[in-house]
Design a protein around this ligand. Structure first.
Ligand code: HEC
Length: 258
């Protein structure tokens, strides 16, 4: 939304008259553009390079407190809060515990990727600024996650899977598929210490990779590896390997009517 005032927004949604009425009844100032308040916020946020190893170790341990999404955010933002201060210092990290289990346990986007997307976009800035780095980092991370045997990161003091851990390639950024394939390959149940350690290591692996990307971006050395835009190519928001779910009968999205 570019410079859309509260008023435009209300007109757009057909709520303008109701809004006027409410403002009279409750004496609230609906005329104040929300955008004016938002402009006081500075975005993107400053970044200083971090140590991927240290970040991953923090993410692993934080998983046992606030799970995947929160742990990725915590591992990076807590260090930046120390190095830089605001706006990191007052960021409500723990609120992102909601990303657990593919968002509130629904098995959609893996929380570690969801947390990484929040971090990348806060640091790299809006898509409209000319640089799409936040978007590209997120897309590359999703691609890497889907096509890599994970977890890679070995914690200093693993809480389970001490001698050996099964690695699986999910071919998907979805929690449900990623966890499901790993459980099938390893034989461990969702509530087992082994599965928890596996997800904590995935979280650490994602935090490590994300910091590598952010550091490269900070040095001006981040290169776009994945060039496609999923929605643009197929006319539907999707991961790319359509056949994984649809088999040989991939439906076509409706085209624009002329
Ligand atoms: C993670 C699994 C998954 C992947 C990957 C996936 N789809 Fe789907 N898609 C689904 C499911 C499930 C439905 C709902 C199917 C139904 O209702 O029968 C669906 C529905 C659709 C529909 C709506 C029409 C219909 O027949 O239901 C289209 C179009 C579609 N997919 C196209 C694609 C394309 C193109 C790709 C690859 C770019 C893709 N899908 C990748 C799972 C997936």
């Amino acid at each position: 939304m570019k410079d859309v005032t509260r008023r435009d927004f209300l007109i757009g949604t057909g709520l303008f008259s109701a809004g006027m009425l409410l403002s009279k009844v409750f004496q609230i100032d609906l005329a104040t553009p929300v955008q004016a308040k938002m402009k006081a916020q500075k975005w993107p946020w400053p970044y200083e390079k971090l140590d991927p190893e240290k970040t991953a170790e923090m993410a692993y341990n934080e998983w046992y407190r606030i799970f995947c999404g929160g742990a990725v955010i915590s591992s990076i933002f807590s260090q930046l809060a120390e190095k830089i201060g605001e706006p990191y210092a007052s960021f409500p990290i723990d609120a992102f515990i909601i990303q657990e289990g593919g968002l509130a346990g629904w098995g959609t986007l893996c929380g570690s990727l969801n947390g990484a997307a929040v971090v990348a976009n806060c640091i790299c800035g809006p898509r409209t600024s000319g640089s799409h780095a936040g978007h590209i980092i997120t897309t590359n991370l999703m691609d890497w996650y889907s096509n890599t045997s994970l977890p890679i990161y070995k914690p200093k003091n693993p809480k389970a899977n001490k001698d050996h851990i099964v690695q699986t390639m999910s071919n998907s950024p979805l929690c449900h598929i990623s966890v499901g394939k790993w459980m099938k390959a390893s034989g461990f149940a969702l509530a087992s210490p082994e599965r928890k350690d596996r997800c904590a290591r995935i979280t650490a692996s994602v935090a490590y990779k994300l910091v590598e990307m952010l550091n490269a971006w900070k040095d001006g050395k981040f290169h776009e590896e994945v060039k496609w835009s999923p929605a643009g190519m197929f006319g539907i928001t999707a991961q790319q390997n359509c056949a994984e779910c649809h088999g040989s009968n991939i439906p076509e999205a409706p085209k624009m009517k002329k």
